[in-house]
Design a protein around this ligand. Sequence first.
Ligand code: 5AD
Ligand code: SF4
Length: 447
Amino acid sequence: MTEHINQSLSGKKYLILTYGCQMNERDSEVLEGYLENLGYCPASAEKDADIIILNTCCVREKAELKVFGKLGELSKLKKEKPELIIGICGCMTQQDEVYERIRDKAPYVNLVFGTYNVHQLPNLLLKIQNTDEPAYEIWEKEGDIVENNVSRRIDRIKAYVNISYGCDNFCTYCIVPHVRGRERSRTPDKIVEEISGLVKEGYKEIMLLGQNVNSYGKDLNSNLDFADLLVEVNKIDGLERIRYMTSHPRDFTDKLVETIARCKKVCEHYHLPVQAGSNKILKAMNRGYTREEYLDLVEKIQSISPNYSITSDIIVGFPGEGEEDFKDTLDIVERVRFDAAYTFAYSPRRGTPAAAMECQIKDEEKKERLHRLMEVQNKISLEKNMKLVGTNMEVLVESPSKTDSSRLTGRTRTNKIVNFSGEQSLIGTIINVKITKAQTWNLIGEL
Ligand code: 5AD
Ligand code: SF4
């Protein structure tokens, strides 16, 4: 693998467009690292780029449609600039039909690689450079974890750290196990080493990433589990905050709840995707818990960590979801009172069991339920945020505010966004902010 500046590529410009979740964002950081080592520098616009890579997501149809739309646009750019390299990688490319569609219908795409082939980018580019032929590399199965420290991180204050790859859960609606392979955990020493390095560089917060963080370690030949890993990470001097994404309610053991409460750097924010409130639908989804078990878990968290926040992912319109089942979802939302929820209309994914189930729900019905759910949730989000008005909250200042660059934005430990006026020099520090106003999605405050 070449990791040296390549003279002929030096000065060429790249652009990576990332779709989907934090896993993809992290992969894009690694891809950018490889490109910079080859001599590329970032392009500020598509028209200036010599290589454009789409890092894709296929969790719902909408995500795929966006990528096909973008490919259409890029085909025009390629006509004006034939030497442009157009690449596509990420979750979509792992699906045979998508791969074939790109190969047959989008000949202008000259670089295609899968989720297990990220580390091969330099070699694939060399192949294109040397042969002028397109380079396709998609493994059907995961390989061993490739450890490297090549990456260009997007943020200077908080960083993503992979702890595991893949997923063994096989929820019946979900494409992820099919495109990201079986669960593989990184060893704790590699994780701690990476985080210690980040802290030395000045990072304050890390987000431990895995498709299902609580099953971390099951594939390692040790007794270490996710709770034990948190204890180790919590010991790292200079690190201020630890977050993790995503955890599964089924594997959220008492030991984990207690460890999170005990480890002071681990934030009091629980993202626990409930997906549905009806036991019938939870069973059909293969989630492995009942609504009662989920509610018990929330109660346990509340009893041990009173100032917690809780967020969720919820799907409406799963096959066979009747009005009563949907009402169970509304009911669990009212009972738990999530701080926020990401709500989705069920999208059938080829090759998943749910896509082949009978009683698929009509699109209009899904839309209507989504609307009703969002209405209930938004009201709760606002009410919960209003309760914080007048309190002082600990905020890690992240950046100038996106909507008003003269203001700052940061997050509380409970993952609420707070916007306020302050000096740019506060970026990267932890301060107390008095909350003066609440909105559905964020808080306004003053120093
Ligand atoms: N349709 C709709 N939403 C889905 N999710 C995963 N698969 C699907 C699907 N087929 C949602 C789940 C998951 C989030 C990342 O995306 O709620 O937690
Ligand atoms: Fe999308 Fe899932 Fe892949 Fe993330 S892992 S990019 S959500 S399909």
